[in-house]
Write a protein that binds this ligand. Sequence first.
Ligand code: BTN
Length: 246
Amino acid sequence: MIHHFKTVDSTNTVAMRMAAQGACHGTVIHADRQTGGRGRAERQFVSPKGGLYFSLILRPELELQYLPLVTLAAGVGLCNGIKNAVDVKVQLKWPNDLYLDGRKLGGILTESGPFHSGSGPEFVIVGAGINVSTDLQQFPSSLRTRVISLYHGRECVFGVDPLLKSVVDAMLLSVQRLVVDREKLLADWRALDYLQGKDLEYDSGEGITTAIGIGLAPDGRYVIRDRAGVEHSILAGDINPISLMS
Ligand code: BTN
């Protein structure tokens, strides 16, 4: 079931509330705009009109150890859903960004709860924001050169509605594959990897490491190799191509 709103603070916040009240697996919260869109690491996610903003409520039968892979599965689903709907090839920048032509097209925010000892969460919320027909002038000037819309450089202006069903269907399938077909799903993620082979800077929050992108590890971490040849398996933090750092 899809619940549509003109404006909400954050579809993830609404979805968390509805899930806590018992909303079932596959419920979607969709909004035209968000006034308090949230991103990873408590960042703001600017959500002007023209974008697709939604949150999908999941109740997956997932062991706790695989929970970090939900964002990766959702990313594969989003890329597949976009390709099916509008024939645009989008890439994934670990852990949660969608990239097109070297710029950020969108992002994923996964939240979950409540936890009971020894088992996975009762529900998982996967929120996604995609710039679809968004006028880039609506973004703060500091972001404008780093973001892109799906319609950018193309002759057609895409509507959000045809996209929503396609991406939700593909995300549900991907999350299911996380349970039954995990290795192949991770292989699909690797085929969409934006960072692999690129010169990168990794910001751990405690310092910057210059490295090259190696690829996704089986546990969902991202492997980089620093200038001394040492490999690091990254669990959290920001990894950016050097050309993006300014
Ligand atoms: C990121 O860029 O760090 C992730 C952005 C996730 C944004 C989506 S938009 C729909 C859902 N509601 C939110 O508040 N955030 C997610």
